[in-house]
Ligand binder design. Structure first.
Ligand SMILES: Nc1ncnc2c1ncn2[C@@H]1O[C@H](COP(=O)(O)OP(=O)(O)O)[C@@H](O)[C@H]1O
Ligand SMILES: [Mg+2]
Length: 367
């Protein structure tokens, strides 16, 4: 991006400014720090010299109430006190430095996890009936992002969300695995509020394929087997075949042992997405969350992956967000979202007949 927008100069300047500020601050600190030692040494020596001279004069002229031996004794004690006193002032400096760091570390250590785990979680090992969103309202900061969401997803059905970007679709599906907590209302799985369940249990029921495929700098094998313990190569291959990823994986140098670079940087967008679909296939969860899972694919591979996804969706409960409406025609219910609200809902044909928001979206996409 920096190169493409010819912004090297701008960023160099930003770096130089920051660097210069750091240099000046460090110089100031070091100058004082380095000066402190010789200065205190000098002051200490001057004090001793003055004491020696003044005390010496008093004793030699016999004006003093102590004798020479006692005076030397006194000098030795005074001299041994100087060093600890200097250390004390140095400690003050270190304490201040430590406090500044503590403040920053404390911010992280004391950060509160806003999701509270229930103390006595109810148990859930399988998903049997349905998911309910009841009067759900949600906001990240001040503005409501979701309002009055009421939605039921019966087991085995597919519910699709459509709507322009920023409508709140991703936010809505993020509430289900409890990445965020609802602000008002509740979400129930088989009639149990998800706040009463262990988040680990909830998430083990779900598989996500996201808009942005999140991959790790690791091998194909480890990226696909990510959510499953002790997966075998056969299982991973099987999943990759269903996701139409097997062929391009085998075409790489080390096959499944090839590393894919940071966040999958050595792959194309479509390949990345197919890996994350294979990951979901391998996990084999009862609930599937697809957030624009095919958006990074070209039309041809989308067709292939669409087949894979349809196989994956069979006998499964699916919450799917799609920007291409052709992919969700067969959904059991389509919810059209706009500005955080569900404005239309129904089957494809019903929504077309309604001649509203959905119809407009649909017309825009068909030539
Ligand atoms: N982490 C976040 N913090 C604050 N606001 C957010 C965050 N994520 C999304 N939003 C806002 O919430 C709204 C809905 O976003 P999103 O659910 O991603 O929309 P969609 O998936 O439908 O395109 C947007 O206005 C967006 O700016
Ligand atoms: Mg989104």
């Amino acid at each position: 991006m920096i190169k493409a927008f010819n912004a090297e100069k701008k960023l160099e300047k930003r770096f130089a400014t920051l660097n210069e500020k750091l240099r000046r601050t460090l110089n100031r600190i070091n100058r004082r720090y380095m000066l402190a030692h010789p200065l205190s040494e000098l002051l200490g020596t001057i004090v001793i010299a003055v004491l020696l001279w003044f005390g010496g004069v008093l004793i030699l002229e016999n004006h003093s109430s102590i004798n020479a031996a006692e005076f030397i004794y006194y000098l030795v004690i005074f001299y041994s006190i100087i060093n600890p006193a200097k250390d004390l002032s140095k400690a003050g400096y270190s304490v201040q430095k430590g406090l500044a760091s503590l403040e920053r570390v404390d911010k992280i250590l004391k950060a509160e996890n806003t999701l509270s785990e229930p103390t006595l979680p109810k148990e859930i090992t399988s998903f049997n009936e349905r998911i309910d969103f009841k009067n759900v309202n949600f906001r990240y900061q001040t503005d409501w992002v979701l309002q009055d969401i009421n939605l039921t997803i019966p087991k085995g059905k597919t519910v699709a969300l459509v709507g322009q970007s920023g409508a709140g679709k991703s936010t809505l599906v993020d509430l289900l695995p409890r990445f965020y907590d609802v602000t008002e209302g509740e979400i129930l799985i088989d009639g149990i509020n998800i706040k009463e369940l262990n988040t680990k249990d909830i998430r083990s029921l779900m598989g996500n394929v996201n808009q942005e495929a999140i991959l790790f700098n690791d091998t194909f094998f480890n990226n696909i087997a990510f959510g499953v313990e002790n997966a075998t190569l056969e299982q991973v291959m099987e999943a990759a075949k269903i996701a139409n990823a097997h062929d391009f994986i085998m075409a790489t140098e080390n096959g499944y042992e090839t590393t894919i670079g940071d966040r999958g940087s050595k792959l194309s967008g479509g390949q990345r997405q197919r890996i994350s679909i294979a990951r979901a296939i391998l996990k084999n969860p009862p609930i599937l969350i697809l957030d624009e899972a095919t958006s990074a694919l070209d039309t041809e591979s989308e067709k292939m992956v669409q087949e894979a996804i349809e196989k994956l969706m069979m006998n499964r409960t699916t919450l799917v967000i799609a920007h291409r409406l052709s992919t969700i025609k067969r959904a059991d219910e389509i919810c059209v979202m706009s500005e955080g609200k569900i404005v239309e809902r129904g089957k494809h044909d019903e929504l077309i007949a309604l001649n509203g928001y959905y119809k407009r979206l649909y017309d825009m996409q068909s030539f």
